[in-house]
Each structure stands twice: as C-alpha cells, then as structure tokens.
Design a protein around this ligand. Structure first.
Ligand code: PMP
Length: 355
C-alpha cells in the first residue's frame, strides 16, 4: 500500500497496559484511584437524556467558560477543548511542525511527542536532563529550523519540576512556541494559593508559551477523554482551524464542565493522594530505593541492585500492575502511580518481598 514514507520509518507508540477492569491493582498509567465527583455522574446522566441525535457544541463553550472561571483566565477564548490532552498535543504538532522540520524535547520524558513528530515526517532533537532533572542551557538554544519545543512539567517519568523562571527564559530565547505539558500540575504545589496555577502567568505574558492540561489525572476522568489548551486567544483561534469539527462528544463536554466546577472536590482528592505519595516515597526509600521527589501522582524509583524488570514481573503475576521503563543511554526504573492506601499497602508489601 502507498503509505507515506514517514510511516515506514515509525514504530507504534505503546501506551501502558490497559487490562479489563477488576483483575489488577492498576498503578501503571497514573490514573486517579478514586471515582470522579458525584456532580460529574449527574451531568453525564442528564446529558444522556439528549438530544443525542444532534451533534455536540463544536467549541465546547460551557466547558471553556467553566475552565476560564476555575483557573482565573480572562475568558473562554483562552481555552481550546480536546479529546484528551493527547489530541491537543496532536493539534499543536500539526499546527506548527511540517515535514522535515524539527522539534525539541527533554529526555527522558513523554514518549508520545516523538511519535507525533514521526507522523508529521519531522525530526526530533532530544536534550537529556542533567542529574537533578533540570534542563541544561542547550535546551533553550535558538535554532532557525526549530518549530516547537515541548516539555512536561511536572515531567514523566520523574515527577520533577523545572522552575517557572527557567521556563520563561527558555521561551524568551526561542523563536518558536514552548509547549508546557501540565498533565500533572494539580499535584505539584503544596501552597494552596498556587494550586493549579502552573505556568498560566507565562501564557498571559508571552504569546509563544502554551499549556496543555488533562482531566485524566487529578479530575479522575481518564475514561471520558478530555483535555485542553491554555493559550492566548490569537493562538486558540488559529488552532481551531485544524481541529476536528466535533472533537469532544456531548457526554464528555457535560462531564468535563461539571468536573471543572468541582474545585473543592479536586483539592480534597489531591491532598489525599499527595499524602499517599509521601508515604510511598518514605517506604520505598526505607527499602533502599533511590526515590525521586515527585510533584505528580506517581513516583519514579530505582534500586541500586537493579532487578527492576523482575520486580515488575513478580508484581504482575500477583495482579499488581506498575510500569517498568527502560530508556536507552539513560537506564531503567519503576514508575508507580499513587493508588488508594490499601492498594499501595499491597504493592509495597510485594516489592518488599521481591527485592
Ligand atoms: N502528557 C503527559 C506527560 C502524560 O503522561 C499523559 C498521560 N499519558 C498525557 C499528556 C495524556 O493525557 P490524556 O489522557 O489527556 O490524553
């Protein structure tokens, strides 16, 4: 078949294992172990009464209003809704990077960025994080061929944060957009005044700074697929041209709108998960793991005696799924999502027995 040459050079993006619900304690894809707020279920039930024979609002206006209100943005024109933040990332790469052009990302980070570049027939340039998971100066170097720079903040798999001031200087030195993927930002700050703010201030100051967010993690809605872009209105207007006409369905828009309006629920669930994360960190460190301090709903850890893949497999046999990750030229380790306290007890007990 006459596929585009870019496809023959690609390997498929392999997402985390998604077994049917029930069989495993699932700590491998950074979902929320708790169900979404009751207001979300009510909103879905109400939306299911119709009219489902009609197309949904193409711009998800109710959601954009609720998001702007919850995040203190000047208005809904600063928000673009998508079918998961992966779709928003797809729109950004499609919008800014053409065949043969280049994007830059840190390493190790979210593997999907490379896949999106490959689909475009673009090239990518990886800059390794330095030892303490900060970015080397080379990451901000201007380059005429560069069309997009992407960074998850907090990063995955490390859960670490790059300072806002560093991101601002990077953005100012670039002649292309800087995309800050804030999928995990709600878990990042212990300061209630900073909750959920992330780098919004930078978006308001610089047209080339754009943020992606998701409802799959802190809001507990991985199953409905909803994410969004925060960018200056001119950017949102331009990217609207390349989105699918009806990219978010009516049930998802209703659910996501109710979720954005449930900020008290969100703060409570995040506080609870961050407490569990602290306990995971302490107990893994007591077992001899090097645990990276996390600002996300997972922890990244490595044992000096290795054996990470074996630990992953032992846990899988005992119906506990965590993530084993091996990054060429960097090393391997385990990424464990925050679960309920009971789930984490079971997971830690198994790890204790398998090291
Ligand atoms: N960005 C990062 C850094 C992620 O880890 C994930 C989850 N795999 C996403 C984006 C995608 O989230 P969504 O479910 O909104 O597509």
């Amino acid at each position: 078949m006459p596929y585009r040459p870019a496809l023959s050079r690609m390997l498929p993006y392999v997402p985390g294992e998604q077994p049917p619900p029930g069989k495993y304690i699932k700590l491998n894809t950074n979902e929320n172990p708790y169900p979404p707020p009751p207001a979300v279920i009510e909103a879905i039930q109400k939306a299911a009464t119709g009219p489902l024979n009609r197309y949904p609002d193409p711009m998800a206006t109710a959601f954009r209003r609720a998001a702007a209100d919850a995040l203190g943005l000047p208005g809904p024109e600063w928000v673009l809704a998508g079918n998961g933040s992966d779709e928003i990332l797809t729109m950004l790469v499609r919008g800014f990077v053409g065949e043969g052009q280049k994007l830059r990302l840190p390493y190790p980070s979210y593997i999907l960025y490379r896949t999106l570049a490959d689909i475009q027939g673009a090239t990518w340039q990886q800059t390794s994080f330095v030892d303490d998971w900060q970015l080397p100066a080379a990451f901000g170097q201007a380059d005429d061929d560069l069309r997009l720079v992407l960074i998850p903040n907090p990063n995955s798999p490390s859960g670490t944060l790059v300072d806002k001031d560093d991101l601002e200087s990077i953005a100012q030195g670039l002649s292309c957009p800087l995309i800050i993927d804030e999928a995990y930002v709600d878990f990042a700050s212990d300061d209630p005044k900073q909750f959920g703010k992330g780098c919004i201030e930078l978006v308001q100051k610089h047209e080339n700074v754009m943020i992606t967010r998701t409802l799959s993690k802190s809001y507990g809605l991985a199953g409905i697929r909803f994410g969004f872009l925060i960018a200056q209105p001119s950017v949102v207007a331009e990217l609207t041209k390349i989105k699918d006409s009806y990219n978010c369905d009516a049930l998802a828009i209703a659910a996501a709108t109710a979720a954005m309006s449930s900020q008290d629920w969100l703060r409570d669930v995040v506080t609870k998960m961050n407490q569990t994360r602290g306990r995971m960190h302490r107990e893994l460190a007591e077992m001899g793991f090097e645990v990276t301090p996390s600002h996300a709903n997972f922890v990244w850890c490595r044992h000096p005696s290795g054996g990470h893949q074996g630990i992953y497999e032992t846990l899988k046999k005992a119906q506990v799924l965590i993530r084993y990750m091996d990054f060429p030229d960097w090393g391997d380790g385990l990424r464990i999502s925050v679960g309920t306290d009971e789930q984490i007890d079971a997971c830690l007990a198994l790890i204790r027995r398998s090291i």
